[in-house]
Design a protein around this ligand. Structure first.
Ligand SMILES: [Zn+2]
Length: 121
C-alpha cells in the first residue's frame, strides 16, 4: 500500500531548493575565485591594464554579491520551509508551483496574484 504523504510537496520543494543552493554555492565560489584572479596585478601592467583589471574585479565582485543575495534567499526559504510556512501564496493561500519556488525562492505570491498585484500599478 502506498500512502501519499502531504509532506511530499515539502520534500519536493526542499530538494529543489537544496539543488538551487548547491548551484548557487558553486557559482559563488567560482565568482569569488574569478574576482581574486581578475584583480591580480602584474609587474608588466600599464595604466590601461590596471584600469581593465579594476573594472573586471568590480564586475566579478558585483556578480558574487548578487549570487550571495540569491543564496541567502534560498537559505531563508529553507528556514521558512522548516518552520512550515513556505510555498503558499500570501494572497489566495494557493500552492505556489515547486518550479517557481526553485527559480524565485523569495516569492510569496502565486503567478496569478503576482500579475494581479502588478497590474494595479
Ligand atoms: Zn495567489
Amino acid at each position: 500500500m502506498t500512502l501519499v504523504y502531504p509532506e511530499t510537496r515539502t520534500q519536493d520543494i526542499r530538494i529543489a531548493l537544496q539543488e538551487r543552493r548547491e548551484e548557487l554555492d558553486a557559482e559563488y565560489t567560482a565568482a569569488v575565485a574569478e574576482s581574486t584572479l581578475a584583480g591580480v596585478v602584474d609587474s608588466g601592467d600599464d595604466v590601461a591594464d590596471l584600469g581593465t583589471k579594476a573594472f573586471n574585479r568590480e564586475q566579478e565582485f558585483a556578480l558574487a554579491q548578487s549570487l550571495r543575495t540569491r543564496l541567502d534567499q534560498v537559505v531563508r526559504a529553507l528556514e521558512r520551509l522548516d518552520a512550515g510556512h513556505y510555498g503558499t501564496c500570501e494572497t489566495c493561500a494557493g500552492e505556489i508551483p515547486v518550479a517557481r519556488l526553485a527559480a524565485f525562492p523569495s516569492v510569496t505570491l502565486c503567478v496569478s496574484c503576482k500579475s494581479r498585484s502588478e497590474s494595479r500599478y
